[in-house]
Design a protein around this ligand. Structure first.
Ligand SMILES: Cc1cc2nc3c(=O)[nH]c(=O)nc-3n(C[C@H](O)[C@H](O)[C@H](O)COP(=O)(O)OP(=O)(O)OC[C@H]3O[C@@H](n4cnc5c(N)ncnc54)[C@H](O)[C@@H]3O)c2cc1C
Length: 456
């Protein structure tokens, strides 16, 4: 094969692409990021801005990248708790949950500067248009540069970090897909609209808090959210499964107002930013690697299917993908099998957890908001138990606890029959994801077994 221009070409400078590139630059490999945005807009995204502290901690521990902070100006608030509510704020549960409300642009720009310090080349205002494929190997991309000229980059490995659109993924020839289905069905996408608002002359009551509210008017797992962005600022929004029709010809924006105006009268605030976007809501694709290419972030559908958090998983997928890419570059071999460890690592965490979360999203849909409200009203689960569930997924609950919960369900024991299959399926999904194959040979069998437990 002739000379390559770069070891790695990363398409997209969002969180997943930047983290991949920083590690490759630090390891001494040549790496280019291609992004269609101008340099000073890379990182910006219409977003709820919530970023879970556990993903940030992994990045700080493994890559020594400082967490977003109020001092750097790339955090707008430091979050300490999460509240889940149903049909208003009366029936709710609050649990401690450390995190950040980030300024996506400032945080993204800080990461971009770190990439540049580590010799990563940035080609901004450059849009990837197609793939270079030689034999059974992906060997680079074709793109339109900032002057509208057609260009080509040849790279040993191409990384799709282009977000939900999956610019690289869409172009991968079927014969290189190892039998995996990469179609992102609309039923597994979420439409979302949000505004960042500033209350006039008053502080809000949600200091350091993020709140998700299920509402009967939104088909689950859709919800409205209220996230604190400092004493007087809030990020508030709505999510809606793309294939669920809006009632009576309404729009997402009119539904946003119908559902959120009762909490915040528009005459009492000024809108600082407004906008929306689309989020994937399925477990990640069954393999994220190809001969000469890798998927990360939204392009790989690595978003939590219940909460729709994708920022933290995007960082983590970038970190794990880079680890596998570096090992393939060391061996000078870039086939699916050489990159496979990324699949295994990601399925271990957080892929398996997202599989479980997908079960929860489907469960919420059939369970309904009225029943969620009932469980919250009866305080069936308290804060300590919720924390135990979140922080220690292997926790075994005692018989007395179960008896107590069953009695609390009176007179709605029918809910027990709805909850039991859900709990069983969650366990089965955890087990199947823990058995993800160690090489491509076992993939098709694994998909068959997974489909028996969880059909995607
Ligand atoms: C309204 C909304 C609210 C959200 N709220 C939250 C939240 O509160 N918390 C959370 O964790 N997640 C949230 N998410 C999800 C989160 O924003 C994404 O999961 C995350 O940004 C994914 O990162 P990424 O690097 O994969 O892609 P992106 O951040 O989408 O970055 C993709 C990059 O690729 C570039 N690109 C795309 N196509 C091309 C091309 N052909 N050529 C060159 N460049 C290209 C784009 O310009 C962009 O810079 C939200 C999403 C939306 C839409």
């Amino acid at each position: 094969m002739s000379e390559f221009d770069f070891d790695v070409c990363v398409v997209g400078g969002g969180p997943s692409g930047i983290i991949t590139a920083i590690q490759l630059g630090r390891a001494g490999y040549s790496c280019v990021i291609l992004d269609k945005k101008p340099r000073d807009e890379i990182g910006h995204k219409n977003c709820g801005d919530a970023l879970d502290a556990k993903h940030v901690a992994i990045i700080s521990n493994h890559m020594s990248i400082a967490a977003p902070s109020l001092e750097f100006g790339d955090a707008r608030d430091i979050i300490t708790k999460v509240t889940i509510a149903a049909n208003g704020l009366k029936n709710k549960i609050t649990a401690s949950s450390p995190g950040y409300q980030v300024d996506r642009l400032k945080y993204g720009q800080r990461l971009l500067d770190i990439a540049v310090e580590n010799n990563v080349k940035i080609l901004d205002r450059s849009t990837m248009r197609g793939l270079v494929v030689e034999g059974d190997q992906i060997t680079g991309v074709r793109y339109l540069d900032s002057e509208n000229n057609n260009q080509q980059i040849r790279a040993k490995i191409t990384v799709d970090a282009s977000g939900i659109i999956g610019s690289v993924r869409k172009e991968i020839p079927d014969e290189l897909k190892n039998g995996v289905d990469y179609h992102l069905d609309k039923i597994y996408t979420i439409k979302s609209y949000r505004e960042i608002i500033e209350l006039k002359g008053t502080d809000h009551e949600f200091a350091e808090e993020i709140v998700l509210i299920y509402d009967e008017r939104i088909p689950p797992p859709g919800y409205i959210w209220i996230f604190s962005e400092g004493p007087s600022k809030l990020n508030i929004g709505i999510t809606w499964v793309k294939t669920d029709p809006y009632p009576d010809g309404k729009t997402l924006k009119s539904l946003y107002h119908e559902l959120l105006d009762p909490y915040f009268d528009p005459s009492t605030y000024k809108v600082l930013y407004a906008g929306g976007g689309t989020i994937p809501m399925r477990p990640n694709f069954d393999s994220l690697v190809f001969n000469g290419a890798v998927l990360v972030g939204d392009a790989a559908a690595v978003v939590d299917p219940t909460t729709f958090e994708g920022h933290g998983p995007a960082l983590e997928s970038g970190r794990l993908a880079a680890k596998a890419i570096i090992s393939a570059l060391e061996k000078d071999s870039y086939k699916t099998k050489d990159l496979w460890s990324y699949n295994k690592d990601f399925m271990n965490y957080p892929g398996g957890m997202h599989g479980q979360s997908f079960v929860a999203a489907k469960f919420l849909r059939s369970f309904g908001v009225k029943n969620i409200e009932f469980l919250l009203k009866r305080q069936i689960i308290n804060e300590d138990e919720l924390r135990e569930v979140f922080q220690n997924p292997d926790a075994k609950v005692g018989k007395l606890w179960i008896i107590k919960k069953v009695l609390q369900l009176f007179p709605r024991w029918d809910l027990l029959f709805k909850l039991r299959p859900f709990v069983n399926q969650i366990d089965a999904v955890a087990e199947i994801y823990s058995k993800y194959p160690v090489s491509p040979d076992g993939l098709n069998d694994w998909i068959v077994q997974r489909d028996r437990i969880l059909k995607i």
